[in-house]
Design a protein around this ligand. Structure first.
Ligand code: NAD
Length: 492
């Protein structure tokens, strides 16, 4: 099973590699070629239970939660070093299983999460307030108490990421969980398990105690077991809002804490005074980055009517230069969707857009000459009303919609006319007005004039409305994996 791979594709439970007990294997396919990349064991419910039991033991009896934060930081730094040492391998695996083009595989998919890991170990952990004392206080004549507030690790965590950014999404959960002193079971998405399974190698090399990190495979059945298991204290899930609702309900039976990072339909508002080249580049990115398979991509462009036609022309010209194909070819600028079912879903929604009267500016079909792989043309719709299905539902494919507006109030209203609230953008030369509008958007992130282009670990990431609950990255991410305990005593 592991033939041809320098790393193990087995499950990682209690510090050991195992094929698990199901006897079944799952083939991971390259979405650009449909060729097998590897076979991995399909974890059984029993395997998931063993992983949870190992994480429970490591939490209740093992050293990890009781180490000083500086000791955990040392291990996290060793993890980062090991990831950096094997970066080329990670990039290759990411390109093969997720279909990323090289620049994306080298940046957001791998190097950015490793930078977050370093930041947690080097900046956040040393400065974090784990304890603080509370001054003596008279409470309505009941007595004088004083005490201490302590932050303690939450417990055993089930980490369930989506398929599109397998290493990034896994690490956005794993980094704060480990930093907090939690123990975890990570279950990657069935289409992209390899980068998570590779984490077992990194954990061994970094000297993470057995049971602190466990990695299993599987789909709905494994996910259900993890989110209902009585020994799991916290579930952190990234995926669709539909599955997110199931996860929330499943976890409710044993009142687990739940962090949800869900879908988006994020808007970019382009005012009349905007830098239209920048705004067009951003709209182009919203359609083409990872073939539109990004939760926070800006896929609704809301543009002032006076610059509508000019902006649409710039986006169209940009899309004409996109080279769709196998990411293994350096000329490729946009790769495939993850699977034929994901492509079917996107194509169905494109047809709905046409039926509802939106106009296709470009795209809408499959690119010529690509017989293998789950490719779609980058696609742009105009003549879109905010109530249309294609303005409301997430494509998770290479499709953008353009909606015109007249006043700033109308633009904010259209941007907020969504069940989601993950991200957003505003383009304007008037930065004070742009900032004031940003405060009115009901989303977890707003990027002004394209932002800095980076993914800064000092920010917080997460959704308003049906884009989720809780935050990831840096201190805010760490906070989710901590409990607060008050220890009090009588003041003298
Ligand atoms: P998905 O919801 O289909 O699956 C996500 C994960 O849930 C997978 O690991 C899957 O095996 C597991 N799962 C499925 N059913 C389950 C159940 N009943 N109980 C527990 N686990 C279960 O999502 P996907 O297709 O992998 O990813 C695409 C979606 O993810 C999009 O909606 C996208 O917007 C969202 N996403 C959100 C973010 C974010 O940070 N907000 C980031 C990336 C992707």
């Amino acid at each position: 099973m592991t033939a041809g791979h320098p790393f193990s594709t087995q499950l990682y439970i209690d510090g050991r590699r195992t094929d698990g007990s199901s006897g079944r294997e799952v083939v991971v396919r390259n979405p650009a070629t449909e060729e097998p990349v590897a076979e991995v064991p399909d974890a059984s419910v029993d395997d998931v239970r063993h992983a949870v039991a190992a994480a429970r033991r490591a939490f209740d009896e093992g050293p990890w939660p009781r180490l000083a934060p500086s000791q955990r930081a040392t291990v996290l730094l060793r993890l980062a070093e090991e990831m950096e040492r094997r970066l080329a391998e990670l990039v290759a695996v990411n390109m093969a299983e997720a279909g990323s083009v090289r620049w994306l595989a080298e940046s957001l998919q791998t190097s950015v999460p490793i930078a977050h890991l370093r930041d947690m170990a080097e900046r956040v952990l040393p400065a974090f307030a784990w304890e603080r004392s509370i001054e003596p206080t008279i409470t309505a004549g009941v007595g004088i108490s004083q005490g201490q507030l302590r932050r303690e690790p939450f417990g055993v965590c089930a980490l369930i990421p989506a398929y599109n950014f397998p290493f990034f999404l896994g690490l956005m959960k794993l980094i704060p969980a480990l930093a907090a002193g939690c123990t975890v079971v990570l279950k990657p998405a069935p289409a992209t398990p390899l980068e998570s399974l590779l984490l077992g190698d990194f954990a061994d090399a970094a000297g993470l105690p057995p049971g602190v990190l466990n990695v299993v495979t599987g789909g709905v059945e494994a996910g259900r077991e993890l989110t209902t298991h009585p020994m799991v204290d916290l579930v952190s899930f990234t995926g669709s809002d539909t599955v997110g609702r199931s996860v929330y309900a499943q976890a409710a039976t044993s009142l687990k804490k739940v962090v949800l990072e869900l879908g988006g339909k994020s808007a970019s508002i382009v005012r009349a005074d905007a830098d239209l080249d920048g705004a067009a580049r951003s709209a182009l990115a919203g359609i083409t980055v990872h073939a539109g398979q990004g939760c926070s991509l800006l896929t609704r462009t809301i543009v002032h009517e006076s610059v509508h036609d000019e902006l649409v022309e710039r986006i169209r010209a940009g899309l004409a230069g996109v080279v769709v194909g196998d990411p293994a070819d350096p000329a490729t600028t946009m790769g495939p969707l993850i699977s034929s079912s994901q492509r079917d879903k996107v194509e169905k929604l494109i047809r709905t857009g046409e039926e509802e009267g939106a106009q296709l500016v470009t795209g809408g079909g499959r690119p010529a000459g690509l017989d293998k792989g789950f490719f779609l043309e980058p696609t742009l719709f105009t003549g879109v009303g905010s109530a249309m299905t294609i303005a409301q539902q997430e494509f998770f494919g290479p499709v953008g919609v353009v909606i015109p507006f007249r006043t700033d109030d109308e633009a904010v209203g259209i941007a907020n006319d969504s069940p989601y609230g993950l991200s957003g953008g505003i383009w304007s030369a008037d930065t004070a007005t742009a900032h004031a509008m940003a405060t009115r958007l009901r989303t977890g992130t707003v990027v002004l004039n394209g932002g800095g282009g980076g993914v800064n670990p000092r920010l917080a990431f997460g959704g308003y409305k049906q884009s989720g609950l809780g935050r990831e990255w840096g201190e805010f991410g760490l906070d989710e994996y901590l409990q607060t305990k008050a220890i009090t005593w009588a003041a003298r």
